[in-house]
Design a protein around this ligand. Structure first.
Ligand code: MCA
Ligand code: AMP
Length: 507
């Protein structure tokens, strides 16, 4: 049997392929037949350009129907899909291209002035553009290709995608995800969340991360039904859609913003059967408020880029606020002490996981991969948690130095390295503080360098904007004469968090 994930999706396509896969804001739709033909054309074009199965295709585009079709094309051609957040700047993209060595790059037309020389310097011969309206050289070039393509045979172990996650050292690592990793996870979620033939999902997440692509889109593709597909999150539009849809998936920021709208009522949600939250902790208060307003209990689940989804609150049964639920079937989730031994229920320890959904390692980083796995094959998530007697996991913190802002991960080290490069800076420390909209927000504490010129908040933020994706740029910069350190010389970030939390991330 072909282990290619696309073959699994295709086996579940609706009998009538003229049925919609995507319902668009414009009122137009994209049918399963059109997605199939469009992805066939791009896959055939890639093959004709000499791309072989296993080659990487880096993609940095805005969300659009064509972006999803391009992903399907890569699966079908056996190419390894490498999605990049559209907010990444040139310096960030350079690293990914150098590290992954893709055979082709598809990017926004506005990136071409810097991407053309970069790609040519790296010997990447296939550079295409794709804008958020389907314009650009990719579709022009593949227009003449046949609308039929035999999906390439893949084994479950073959790579389907590489997703970069930042690291505590400041260097991003490419998580290698196989067709089996992705297929096993969506098969479980689809069953556990009770997908039905009449489901319609409201899709407002970005396509370049796990939540929007591998959780939301995969569930819909496996279900052979439609999603209302939006460029980005919009609370008013979401509420309008809830009246004619059944499933919604979002990060906690989405739920906070929905609660800020008067239109969010029980009546507005009457056709909805499932609200899923993940990517960051959902406050128990948000959970309670959402239930009071709509009568619906949000289902919180927990996952990672490296592993896909790991735990989920139940569809039927108690959805516990503050818990991410029991392990998914087929996934082994343990909480262990520093000695590696399982903790007693209620005791906090490190969360480690094993299962078909767990990635095989980091791209070209065997040492890093070895470090992150135990001898018996468990991946160390870097999250701290505890299990209840009935197996519900609660995430209580992280052993990794990570900030999650509006569902996006920011590793302080990467930001500190960028700040420290500035002439006016002696050293810096980046921490997360509570933020009413993003949950956590990034702030920086800077020690100015003597003789390095004027160090100002606006100057530092301005300098970082061209170098880092916008969501990584600190919302505020504070100045100190020196950073608090412990006896070992390590910066005491907890002191900085306490000190600057009241001043916060807002001007
Ligand atoms: C935008 N801004 C942000 C963020 N997003 N700042 C901090 N954190 C953010 N997440 C800033 C921009 O820099 C900009 O500032 C200003 O807000 C407006 O930008 P805009 O793009 O208009 O904002 P928005 O459209 O309102 O976006 C907010 C958002 C978006 C809708 C919450 O961030 C979002 O869609 N987040 C979802 C992320 C996600 O999909 N995560 C899943 C990862 P300025 O003007 O100063 O530049 S997958 C994962 O984590 C695992 C596997 C899992 O479990 O799911
Ligand atoms: P990423 O690297 O984007 O895959 O982010 C994964 C991290 O997001 C996890 O290791 C957790 O720290 C966090 N995360 C995801 N879902 C949840 C959740 N429901 N509650 C708490 N943290 C979460």
């Amino acid at each position: 049997m072909n282990g290619n994930l696309y073959a699994l999706f295709e086996s579940r396509f609706p009998a009538d392929r003229d049925q919609a896969l995507l319902m668009l804001e414009s009122g137009a739709s994209l049918s399963y037949a059109e997605a199939d033909a469009g992805s066939a054309r791009i896959a055939a074009h890639f093959r004709d350009r000499g791309l072989d199965p296993g080659d990487r295709v880096a993609v940095q585009v805005e969300k659009s129907p064509e972006a999803l079709v391009l992903y399907l094309a890569c699966l079908r051609a056996g190419l390894v899909y490498l999605p990049l957040n559209s907010a990444y700047q040139e310096a960030e993209v350079r690293y990914f291209l150098e590290n992954a060595e893709p055979r082709a790059v598809v990017a926004q037309p506005r990136s071409m002035p810097w991407l053309e020389p970069l790609a040519s310097g790296l010997g990447i011969a296939n550079l295409f553009s794709l804008d958020d309206r389907g314009g650009g050289t990719l579709l022009e070039a593949s227009r003449g290709a046949p609308g039929r393509f035999e999906t390439v045979e893949r084994s479950g172990d073959d790579l389907a995608a590489i997703l970069y996650t930042s690291g505590t050292t400041g260097r991003s690592k490419g998580a290698m995800l196989s067709h089996r990793n992705l297929a096993s996870n969506v098969l479980v979620l689809h069953r556990l969340w009770g997908f039905r033939p009449d489901d319609v999902l409201v899709h407002m997440l970005p396509l370049f991360h796990v939540h929007g692509l591998f959780v939301a889109c995969h569930c819909v593709l496996l279900n052979g039904t439609a999603m209302r597909f939006h460029r980005k999150f919009d609370a008013v539009q979401a509420i309008a859609d809830f009246g004619r849809s059944t499933v919604f998936m979002g990060v906690p920021t989405f739920y906070g913003r929905l609660l800020g709208e008067h239109g969010l009522t029980r009546e507005a949600c009457v056709s909805m059967r499932l609200f899923v939250s993940g990517s960051a902790p959902l406050l128990a208060e948000t959970h309670a408020q959402f239930e009071r307003r709509t009568g619906q209990r949000i289902l919180e689940r927990y996952g990672m880029t490296e592993t896909g989804m790991l735990t989920s609150n139940p569809l039927d049964g108690e959805r516990r606020a503050g818990s991410v639920g029991p392990a998914l079937p087929g996934t082994d989730v343990r909480v262990v002490g520093d000695d590696g031994r399982p903790c007693a229920p209620g005791t906090i320890g490190q969360v480690i996981v094993r299962g078909d959904n767990v990635f095989s390692g980091y791209w070209r980083m065997p040492d890093k991969t070895r470090e992150e796995f135990t001898a018996d094959g468990f991946f160390r998530t870097g999250d701290m948690g505890s299990l209840s007697t009935d197996g519900f996991l609660s995430i209580v913190g992280r052993s990794k130095d990570l900030i999650i802002s509006g569902g996006y991960n920011v590793y302080p080290k990467e930001i500190e390295l960028a700040i420290d490069e500035l002439e006016c800076v002696q050293e810096s420390a980046v921490v997360g503080v509570a933020h009413p909209d993003f949950g956590e927000a990034v702030i920086a504490v800077v020690v100015p360098r003597r003789g390095g010129g004027v160090a100002s908040e606006a100057g530092i933020i301005g300098a970082l904007k061209g170098r880092l994706a916008n969501f990584k740029v600190p919302k505020r910069v504070y100045f100190l004469d020196e950073l608090p350190r412990n006896a070992m010389g390590k910066v005491q970030k907890n002191i900085l968090r306490e000190r600057f939390a009241p001043e916060g991330a807002k001007r």
